[in-house]
Write a protein that binds this ligand. Structure first.
Ligand code: PLP
Ligand code: COI
Length: 360
């Protein structure tokens, strides 16, 4: 398949410098969007075509657009980081591109070539580079996504799609600094089953999670933790993050069950932890294991990880029948060491020994 060339539409209407500065002064998460977006079309029989870098603008959509009815939609999340010399680099965009292809396969959508995905992200970041924050711990969050663009109500894969990349300056996902979150173990609702769409990054998984997230909030918790759908026993992941359990010098993350998202941060930490001299493994952790290992002191820390949330300590756990504090309820030493190592690598403070950074 040929890679379409991305052309810049001449009529651009960027926000004023003052508006951009205001957004960058307090970016929050997903509140402001940069001046441009990339769009690429796919049509049955023709493939990918019409790649454009255009001013950020609303989409006009027929009410019978298939995405609006049957949710054939997938997305990604990755970040561009300001480097010490002022240049910008993204973190493992090829890994996001491959996961995007896997999501597309699961949703019956066309696969975008890895190099086109990366080129689209590059083009947008280069064009809107002034939007990449310079403050430590802030970055430019890229949101590539694909929707069906065919009009019709027949239930089948669409024959037209639209791939778009937008970007948003990102501060902390959780406000208030590195503060442990409290989690609710959802027994009533499940996120995904094996054979379902849990390993794909598709909107429906997030829509289905919202009521459980609301339930977590009703119980005074920040986030929901999903258990496996069959036994309601094995820990899977959090709302938008994977989980790690720290046993002294060993860190363990739930193995990829087919129903949890294969996080790129999760994968990177398996390697970074090894670099730092920890033992890192994938395994199965039950709710009972979590509680028992907390009580006998062998489980010292728990943290969540993801692109948006980076690394966030888990401080306390609640379910219908029990509640407990993780470690001393404060950010743990291993959690904070891994967090620093990951951010240092992404922001160029330490050398990139894995070849993960993609300079622009
Ligand atoms: N799990 C879910 C459900 C997510 O939405 C995310 C975020 O992308 C993750 C895990 C972490 O994945 P990554 O580290 O690739 O951002
Ligand atoms: C991410 O970390 O990129 C996510 O997708 C999490 C959430 C914002 C959906």
């Amino acid at each position: 398949m040929t890679t379409p060339t991305i052309e810049l539409k001449p009529s651009s209407h960027p926000l004023s410098d003052a508006e951009r500065e205001r957004a960058l002064a307090s970016p929050g998460f997903g509140r402001y969007f940069t001046d441009h977006m990339v769009t690429i079309k796919w049509t049955e029989g023709r493939g990918w075509h019409d790649a454009q870098l255009v001013p950020y603008a609303p989409l006009s959509m027929d009410p019978a657009n298939m995405t609006l009815h049957y949710a054939q939609t997938i997305f990604e999340g990755l970040k561009a980081y300001r480097q010490p010399d002022g240049t910008v680099a993204t973190f493992r965009p090829d890994a996001n591109a491959r996961r995007f292809q896997a999501s597309a396969r699961r949703l019956g959508m066309p696969e975008l070539p890895v190099e086109t995905f990366v080129a689209a992200c590059d083009a947008l970041v280069k064009q809107d580079k002034d939007w990449v924050p310079t403050n430590a711990e802030e970055s430019l969050y890229l949101r590539p996504f694909m929707i069906a663009s065919e009009v019709g109500l027949g239930v089948r894969p669409a024959n037209e799609y639209l791939f778009i990349v937008i970007a948003s300056p990102a501060g902390a996902y959780f406000t208030g600094g590195v503060k442990p979150v409290s989690v609710w173990l959802s027994q009533e609702y499940v996120r995904a089953v094996r054979g379902g769409t849990g390993a794909a990054k598709t909107g429906g998984n997030y829509a289905a999670s919202l009521v459980a997230q609301a339930q977590a909030a009703q119980h005074g918790c920040d986030q929901v933790v999903w258990l496996d759908a069959l036994e309601r026993r094995w820990i899977e992941e959090m709302g938008g993050m994977n989980l790690y359990f720290v046993y002294g010098n060993k860190i363990v993350t739930p193995e990829l069950s087919g129903s949890l998202l294969p996080g790129i941060t999760r994968d990177s930490l398996l390697k970074i932890a090894t670099d730092l001299g920890y033992e890192a493994a994938e395994g199965r952790i039950s709710v009972d294991d979590w509680k028992a290992a907390t009580e006998d002191g062998s489980l010292t820390e728990v943290f969540a990880c993801g692109t948006a949330a980076v690394i966030t300590p888990v401080g306390s756990v609640k379910s219908e029948t029990a509640s407990w504090t993780v470690g001393d309820g404060k950010p743990g030493e291993v959690t904070m060491k891994l967090r620093k190592a990951l951010l240092d690598l992404q922001t160029g403070a330490t050398p990139d020994t894995h070849g993960w950074m993609h300079p622009l």
